[in-house]
Design a protein around this ligand. Sequence first.
Ligand SMILES: Nc1ncnc2c1ncn2[C@@H]1O[C@H](COP(=O)(O)OP(=O)(O)OP(=O)(O)O)[C@@H](O)[C@H]1O
Length: 210
Amino acid sequence: MLRVEQVCKSYGARKVLRSISLTCQRGAYMLRGPNGVGKSTLLRVLAGVTPPDSGAVWIDGHALHQEPIRAKLRLAYAPDECPIYPFITGSELLAFVAQAKRCSLTPQVHAVVERFGLDRHLGTRCGDMSLGTQKKLMLAAAWIGEPSVLLLDEPSNGLDVAAHAVLVDLLREKSAKAVVFVSSHDQAFARAVGAQVLTFDSLSGPAAEL
Ligand SMILES: Nc1ncnc2c1ncn2[C@@H]1O[C@H](COP(=O)(O)OP(=O)(O)OP(=O)(O)O)[C@@H](O)[C@H]1O
């Protein structure tokens, strides 16, 4: 479902990703490593947001560099920060993502919205939502289009206790049929989700088959 081969990325003279290789079948994976080691950079490369200097990424068999649209239609990416337009409402954001993914908002997506308690915020402009509510909205949007690969950067950051528990349940369910690839410093969260912990350093060099 997710295949990465010898991905390298530098910022100037700083080599951040050094020949990262891995293959993930469905399940939950938690990427761990010290601040600044390159976890967010790796997620951005896997999501096709940042191009690697070399190497390749396949999502559900589609190479990001050769079939970017097909590959991106099969993935969902939620960065740690919430890059959403402040002037659109929650409903408009979800409709926008569905349109970009060429799909409709299914009952499953509405169920995720409901479980996060977002229904009452859907008419609110994103810029007027709290950061936690924006985060929940971004996470709920990751369920749109039934992606095979979910890339979530620090998804539990800023969530209240109830939303944290909902996220754990949702990720446990999703990882039964998709790759859930999460960057997090929260070990208790990884245990609750049942995620396999990957240290950043272990991914450099020969491919890891997970
Ligand atoms: N756009 C960029 N331009 C230049 N350097 C960058 C850029 N993005 C990240 N970096 C640098 O790349 C390194 C890795 O950053 P990254 O955000 O990927 O780390 P991280 O492991 O996610 O850190 P954290 O745990 O603090 O979130 C850092 O030294 C950072 O300063």
